[in-house]
Design a protein around this ligand. Structure first.
Ligand SMILES: [Zn+2]
Length: 483
């Protein structure tokens, strides 16, 4: 009778005492994570297009109303925020273009991807952090992939060729297959995957056009293809997918409708007073005045156009988090929605642009997430994209670098903030294990005390009653004391 009870007690107590037991539940595989960016996918792009696959993803997972990107709302800086959880002033990739104010050189978006010192300036993207903690990371076309960080790169990576067709759907499917192969065959834990659309059509045709709507349908098909590919490879049980973007897109006013912002036409302003400038790049600009010319340039531009914002770097609105970095030039300019900043002539021909204030609703990207870590059929309110990084680190079970995000901003999307942590234990589980340990120990103490008592009684009986006592009693006692 006492033996089975004692065995049960040991089984209950053993896990708490760190003793291996014969019947152990199989360890759940570590959760994997795919971060996907569809460049320039504005938060409301699914409102005027049928998107069955995005809708299914929202039903099976989480959808945010929208997310807020960092300022400056352009591609490389905003993507590096996703990878680091840092505002742009803190990660230092302050523009799509590398530039040198001494040599006056500038490099466009693509060659800047290979300008190592531009990216590797003190912050570590999540690939490197994950790898240093024993995980395997990869990246396909994601901005920042080509650079190395403190001498390290994502262990599996693909950088797009120079004149890449970002809109080719066959390429998209091939890229998805490649990434699923990395997760399946090479057992990668984290991959970032980038698509250059619908940014391209948004710029070229504008955000409210049939071309943009057609591209959103293509994005939707890609999401369906991606989820089916994960299913086919048996990955969906432990693969989480987060889909978001770097910024939105805003329609521009036609030239005839507005008074254009053309800096050279502003009275009192002269390019001769500058030693370096970055303008004709959408609605944003930065100026480096010659020594002693700062106040003259600032004074001429401030208030010169009703839709032009002019700030000294140190006086930038604090909420924009775009001042505390030596790479940001001393004068920062941005235009209201619909306007561009031109140098000498209005030469920009795009129908849509981004780079506006990150509080402008047109600049907000979308956010979807699905997988074992995420709750189902949940719509959440907006949050800043700096918070995606700590969420990803939590799912992967890695220690994040110092960052500007907070897990509190996103953890309500998770099945359980404590239970999904690999190797972690839920509060309920911990309480149950603790209770089992106490009960087990009490039972062992009880059995030992009973046995000792019975043994003592038997010896006493033997002494007092010589050899006439019942054998049955002795055998029964012997069984329990032999334990
Ligand atoms: Zn972009």
């Amino acid at each position: 009778m006492l033996l089975p009870v004692a065995l049960l007690c040991l089984a209950l107590t053993a896990p708490a005492l760190g003793v291996p037991v014969a019947v152990e539940r199989p360890q759940k595989p570590r959760q994997k994570l795919l971060l996907v960016s569809f460049d320039g996918f504005r938060w409301d792009y699914d409102r005027d297009v049928d998107t069955p696959h995005l809708d299914a993803m929202a039903k099976d997972g989480v959808k945010a109303q929208y997310v807020t990107p960092p300022y400056l709302t352009i591609t490389s800086p905003s993507h590096f925020t996703l990878l680091t959880g840092l505002y742009i002033e803190n990660h230092g990739v302050i523009h799509n273009m590398w530039f040198n104010t001494t040599s006056m050189e500038k490099k466009a978006y693509y060659p800047t991807q290979f300008q190592n010192d531009w990216w590797d300036n003190g912050s570590l993207p999540i690939w490197i952090t994950a790898q240093r903690q024993g995980l395997k990371a990869g990246s396909l076309h994601f901005p920042g992939t080509a650079a190395s960080y403190q001498g390290e790169v994502a262990m599996v990576r693909e950088v797009e060729p120079r004149f890449y067709n970002y809109g080719n759907e066959t390429y998209w499917q091939r890229n998805i297959d490649t990434v699923m192969g990395w997760f399946g065959d090479q057992d990668l834990d984290f991959v970032s995957l980038y698509f250059g659309e619908p940014d391209g059509v948004g710029h070229k045709f504008g955000p409210d056009t049939p071309q943009r709507r057609a591209m959103v349908r293509q994005v939707d098909r890609a999401v369906g293809y991606m989820r089916a590919a994960a299913e086919r490879r048996g990955l969906s049980g432990h693969l989480n997918v987060v889909i978001t973007a770097d910024h939105g897109m805003s329609a521009l006013f036609r030239a005839s409708e507005i008074k254009q912002i053309v800096l050279s036409k502003i009275p009192g302003f002269s390019f001769k007073d500058l030693s370096f400038h970055l303008v004709d790049y959408g609605p944003s600009g930065m100026l480096l005045p010659k020594p002693g010319m700062l106040d003259k340039v600032y004074g001429a531009l401030k208030g010169a156009h009703p839709h032009l914002h002019v700030y000294k770097r140190e006086e930038m609105p604090a909420r924009m988090r775009f001042s505390n970095n030596g790479r940001i030039l001393p004068i920062v300019l941005w235009a209201d929605a619909g306007y561009l900043i031109n140098g000498y002539l209005p030469v920009q021909t795009n129908k849509g642009e981004h780079g506006f204030d990150n509080h402008n609703m047109d600049m907000k990207p979308f956010f979807r997430a699905v997988g074992p870590a995420f709750r189902r059929n949940l719509e959440v309110g907006p949050f800043e994209t700096v918070n995606i990084y700590p969420l990803m680190c939590h799912i992967l079970g890695i220690r994040p670098e110092v960052n500007d995000g907070h897990l509190n901003a996103t953890k309500h999307m998770l099945v359980s903030a404590s239970e999904d942590k690999p190797g972690g234990m839920s509060t309920v589980k911990m309480a149950f294990t603790g209770l089992a340990a106490v009960v087990g120990l009490l039972a062992v103490v009880f059995i030992v005390r009973v046995s000792v008592h019975v043994h003592k009684r038997r010896n006493e009986d033997r002494v007092s009653n010589s050899s006439t006592h019942s054998d049955g009693f002795d055998e029964e006692t012997a069984k329990s004391t032999s334990f």
